[in-house]
Design a protein around this ligand. Structure first.
Ligand SMILES: *Cc1c(COP(=O)(O)O)cnc(C)c1O
Length: 399
């Protein structure tokens, strides 16, 4: 809604501004607070703005009337616009309506959600699964349902914001281990395990902003030695890099490779049954719309039917890192770290002028001094698009 208090619908103001309904008296301090905070962000090149973007088939995105090749979407398999995925969502929408109508524990548990859970569990090889409203909501609910005051959560220092949020919400003691450093994890557990009845270890299979992979086998072995439970965030792994052992708690999102929206946890039946009762971000929120679940279910079927599609993002990422002489890509995500936020923004602007959408990632999403281009490869990209991007990045980085 704009400051005039009216929203625009089809180019017409749908509601006239009536000051008596938007009393602004006494809010000067609030606006001053927001203004000061924004000025500080602006000064550090850290202010963020929304840019209207429409996405279409073939990894394209349009902004201000220009169509760009997008290397910033997490639609790694190009499934968000796949005709089968779209048709599944449309059929669910037409048959079951737009919204779930209630919490899943009340009336929001449409059978398509149960079918999706069965398929996710089968895909991950676990007994059961639970679908949440989003990946963020899943992580907000999982950790607090399993750990509380007096318990311990040990996370990789580069863990996603929502893993941190879940850990903080739990009230447990929080420790971090150095990124992907299993010896450091073991040292922390050796020093602290005995002081806490329950311990969770949190990491990501593929790190969202660095594209590197966790040493899952070693992490799981250390955690098992200390009777700590491992929660792995597989947001960027499913469909892209799936080899290696499973954690007892595997969460992820339906919004990246699966091209839809929603989150999930795959685990044992006992854990899923407990989470169904105790994960507050599951119990006290509306169920996922049936259309989102139907889209994800169809996407999962395509993912399992088409291994060539799944192999493509990593193949293209490696083509890119080879061309630029960067460390070999380990996933569909490749960071080009440039340092300060201003430089990252300038590089992104040059690429946009050249027809590529590559969004700059700045603190606090990444640590200070590591602002970067985060390049995401998709099965929908062509080899020649990747080569053109590599040439442009090389040219602009050289000055
Ligand atoms: C995107 C992401 C999430 C959140 O998933 P949403 O479904 O978008 O809320 C969680 N963890 C990681 C690592 C992510 O990259």
């Amino acid at each position: 809604m704009d400051r005039g208090g009216a929203w625009v619908n089809g180019g017409r103001a749908a509601l006239d501004f009536n000051p008596s309904r938007w009393p602004l008296a006494g809010m000067d301090s609030l606006d001053a607070f927001a203004g000061d905070k924004l000025a500080a962000l602006e000064a550090g090149a850290l202010r963020r703005r929304l840019t209207g973007t429409t996405r279409a088939e073939g990894a394209t995105a349009s902004r201000d009337g220009r169509t760009l090749i997008s290397f910033s979407c997490n639609d790694y398999l190009g499934l968000s616009h796949h005709p089968r995925v779209v048709a599944a969502a449309q059929a669910a929408l037409a048959g079951h309506g737009a919204g779930a109508g209630g919490s899943r524990l009340v009336t929001g548990n449409h059978p398509v959600l149960t079918a999706l859970e069965a398929r996710l569990a089968a895909h991950k090889g676990t007994e059961a699964a639970l679908v949440f409203g989003s990946g963020y909501l899943a992580n907000l609910g999982i950790t607090p349902a399993l750990a509380g005051k007096g318990d311990l959560v040990v996370l990789d220092e580069l863990s996603h914001a929502c893993m941190w949020a879940g850990a903080k919400l739990s009230g447990a003691r929080i420790l971090t281990f150095r990124h992907n450093d299993v010896a450091d994890l073991a040292a922390q557990l050796a020093a602290s395990r005995a002081d806490h009845p329950r311990v969770l270890v949190l990491t990501e299979r593929v790190f969202s902003m660095d594209g590197d992979r966790a040493p899952m086998e070693d992490i799981l072995a250390v955690a098992r030695d200390f009777d700590a439970w491992t929660l792995v965030d597989d947001a960027h792994g499913i469909g892209i890099v799936e080899d290696g052992p499973r954690a007892p708690l595997e969460m992820g999102t339906l919004s990246k490779s699966l091209g839809s929206y929603g989150g999930y946890l795959c685990a044992s039946q006992a854990v899923i049954d407990l989470l169904t009762c105790r994960a507050r971000s599951f119990v006290y929120t509306t169920g996922l719309p049936p259309a989102s679940a139907a889209a994800a279910l169809e996407a999962l079927a395509i993912l399992e039917e088409e291994p060539e599609r799944c192999a493509r993002p990593l193949m293209l990422a490696r083509r890119f890192t080879t061309r630029l002489g960067l460390p070999e890509a380990e996933s569909a995500v490749v960071p080009v770290i440039v340092g300060d936020a201003q430089t990252a923004l300038a590089l992104s602007a040059k690429l946009e002028a050249a027809g590529f959408l590559v969004v700059a990632i700045r603190p606090p999403t990444v640590p200070a001094g590591t602002a970067r281009l985060r390049i995401a490869f998709s099965a929908a990209h062509s080899e020649s698009q990747v080569d053109a991007l590599a040439a442009a990045v090389a040219r602009f980085r050289a000055g």
